[in-house]
Design a protein around this ligand. Structure first.
Ligand SMILES: [Zn+2]
Ligand SMILES: [Zn+2]
Length: 386
């Protein structure tokens, strides 16, 4: 049986040249609202994983909990959990996506339906290739999966003779601020288009540790966590929290789901599955296992893995073809590319594997007239997609 999703079969491929960039945030979805608003996720589960030697200080974790409690409307609570600590020898040579997926456990059973945020503290010195073309102190990817915050604590520890290490908390707040939807308001956008133009704000367009240091000494950041964001960023957070929701989005475990009527887009780090079928047939642990396998098998720089999958509980081949046509008009160019590239392949697989339609009375065929049945009955257990 297909491994990817219970009751599903899959065809997939890896897109090259589709790697997400740290760029302006796409406006076709508002995933940050899942963190800020009380519905559909009435609580927030934050999983912190780290490579040994790059783990955050306890005070940083506590400060983060306080910051999230201040800004996220979660009547069920904000749970911040320190999870895995991967020995350096095991981490050495693993690509960042592999680390991310390997350490990601997702929320526990009792936390199903929580908004999920993954925070990964890594050390670039152990990676096989540079991050974002060089050394990044921290980053969040706008696509395909904006729910992991990456912090290069190795870089903090080695910059400025180790002084940069003091700024762990502010760096984390800055990157989590991106995950919470800051800064998108054109009223106070920095000229780089992705940061705040107020120098007193932690979302300021920073040029590196030098800026952090200069501002720390001149603006007394250390005095109060509540002053982490400038007045306008605080207003933005409140407005987003109280504004209209993005009703298409939800989490299934750690998988970020966008519902588009005839299909669902399932996102994990560097992994996208366009799923044709009801959401309750998705086993997120299987989706996660498959993403781990894709990331491990792929060369580190090979971009985002994409696949199409279909549940046996999805209608017939005609419905599938219509849904694929819908996906070809998806707002995300990567999903459009996938549907165009792999749609025919999935339809062919569906024709082979779909159980015959419920019996309908057919008129007797004239004898001697050869009729070819285009939709052969399935029955052979299909293995993993190619
Ligand atoms: Zn930033
Ligand atoms: Zn600001």
């Amino acid at each position: 049986m297909a491994v990817l999703l219970g009751l599903a079969f899959l065809c997939g491929g890896c897109a090259t040249g589709q790697a997400p960039e740290k760029a302006a945030w796409p406006d076709f979805w508002q995933p940050h609202l899942l963190y800020l608003q009380r519905a559909p996720c009435d609580w927030l589960y934050v999983e912190i994983d780290a490579v040994e030697g790059a783990e955050p200080k306890d005070a940083t974790v506590e400060a983060l909990r306080g910051m999230l409690q201040r800004w996220c409307d979660k009547p069920g609570g904000v749970r911040v959990v320190r999870d895995d600590l991967l020995p350096r020898d095991e981490a050495r040579g693993l690509a960042l996506t592999v680390l991310d997926l390997r350490l990601m456990d997702g929320p526990p059973k009792e936390a199903e339906g929580a908004a999920y945020l993954h925070i990964l503290f890594y050390d670039h010195r152990l990676l096989p290739e540079p991050v974002l073309g060089g050394k990044a102190y921290g980053h969040v990817l706008a696509l395909p999966y904006p729910a992991t915050v990456y912090i290069d604590r190795g870089n903090l520890k080695t910059s400025w003779l180790g002084l940069a290490n003091c700024f762990e908390k502010w760096l984390l707040f800055h990157e989590v601020g991106h995950a919470l939807g800051l800064v998108r308001n054109p009223d106070h956008l920095h000229s780089d288009g992705t940061h705040c133009r107020h120098a007193s704000c932690i979302m300021y367009g920073h040029g590196g540790v030098a800026t952090f240091l200069a501002r720390a000494f001149t603006l007394q950041w250390f005095t109060s966590d509540e002053k982490e964001f400038c007045c306008q960023c605080r207003q933005d957070l409140a407005a987003m929290r109280d504004g209209p929701p993005d009703e298409k989005l939800s989490f299934v475990g750690p998988v970020l789901v966008r519902a588009e009527g005839q299909y669902h887009v399932l996102a994990l780090p560097n992994d996208v599955t366009v799923y044709f079928g009801p959401l309750d047939t998705v086993s997120w642990s299987e989706v996660l296992d498959d993403a781990r396998r894709h990331a491990t098998e792929a060369a580190p720089s090979s971009g985002v893995y994409g696949g199409l999958a279909m549940s046996e509980r999805f209608g017939g081949v005609d419905e599938l073809a219509a849904a694929i046509e819908g996906a070809k008009a998806d707002p995300d160019p990567f999903v459009r590319w996938l549907a165009g590239e792999l749609g025919e392949k999935l339809i062919a697989a569906a024709k082979e594997n779909m159980p015959p339609a419920p019996p309908v009375e057919s008129p007797p065929r004239p004898s001697g007239h050869e009729v070819r049945d285009a939709s052969r009955a399935g029955g052979d257990e299909k293995g993993d997609g190619p």
